[in-house]
Design a protein around this ligand. Sequence first.
Ligand SMILES: C[S@@+](CC[C@H](N)C(=O)[O-])C[C@H]1O[C@@H](n2cnc3c(N)ncnc32)[C@H](O)[C@@H]1O
Length: 396
Amino acid sequence: MSGDWNEGYFTDVGYTYGYYREINPVFQRFCLLLRGYAAPEGGTANHCEMGFGQGVSVNIHAAANPGHFVATDFNPSHAAHANKLAAAAGTDARLYDDSFEQLLNRTDLPQFDSISLHGIWTWVSLENHKNIAEFARCHLKPGGVFYNSYNCFPGWSPAYPLRQLFALHDRFASVPNGASERVDAALKFSEALLAANPNYSKAVPQLGEKLKSIMGQNRNYLAHEYLNREWNCMYFTDVVDALTHAKLDYVTTAVPLDAVDAVNIAAEGLDFLNTIDHPILREQARDYFVNQQFRKDLYVRGAVRLTPIEQRERLLNTRFALTQPAESVPLKVAGAAGEATLQEAVYKPLIAALAVKDYAPKTLPANGGCTRYAIPCHATSFGRPGRDGKYGTMPA
Ligand SMILES: C[S@@+](CC[C@H](N)C(=O)[O-])C[C@H]1O[C@@H](n2cnc3c(N)ncnc32)[C@H](O)[C@@H]1O
């Protein structure tokens, strides 16, 4: 199933059924708050998702959050599935099968508090990058949030030529079969090429391992990831430049653990990064230290810094809910610099406090916020490692 509506995007099979919390306006607000930035709040907010795939995320957000949701994905099978979910949930989500260009040309859209794209940017044309930026310029409120995720350099640089091989095999030597067979044929071709010992794989010895891990992945996912006509892997700074026209300021990532330098970058690297004043150059340089290959970025149209007191108040009033059984919460976290063990004495009581009263949402203060079930105040941040090298304390 395809046609000229698909702009070279792979549409022979539908996409996978994933949920992505980074698109959730509440989660986005929390990530901004962690870094001391304000984000829009309120029950009448409007949110937009561009390229929703099967629509799992947008439907969960529309069913579980206040406000109104508009979204599009130009694949009509995806839109039909997403609308079926919306009807079953009884929400007022408006889910279209418009292309990004068509969405931009609509005259019936509100101004949005957030516009989000997950797994889109790399796989669409430079023309669509302009459509997306123009959509944000026309439809994102001042103070609104823009979320974008994409494959990036330098992490992708050694394996970029592998993707090129898959795509070229599919273009010039494709088997006239289904998506899964086409993916398999492209993988086999690349495996055989590497087995013949080209100088390239001598220069990049980990390529064989990378190919092996790709071979174990879901074929529909791989078809969407690698068989598109477009594959625009970029540096962080290239994306910043592409969004400047929409007045978007880069603020932080949608990965809370990125705020904890100690699990991501060794002291030597941090010392170097701390010599860089410009936030964009620092963030780009940080990608070299963590060898970033996929970024999840949050921008704001006119970022407003909270005062430390405002930030503290808002953090204290944030409601937290444990979303998995207390006994299954791992006491380890993994960052780019390796794994860290959380201090049991701090985290066990925190997890136990979150689990009481049937896992009801809780705030930090004992007598404030939305509930009186307080969680211990000393257990809210990873902080710096203690003398034993473990994490889990908050600076007093
Ligand atoms: C890699 S999938 C990601 C889907 C979803 N965001 C997720 O992460 O599950 C990319 C999606 O973008 C849609 N898409 C690609 N180009 C588009 C365009 N020009 N206009 C609208 N949708 C597009 C595709 O149909 C596909 O569902």
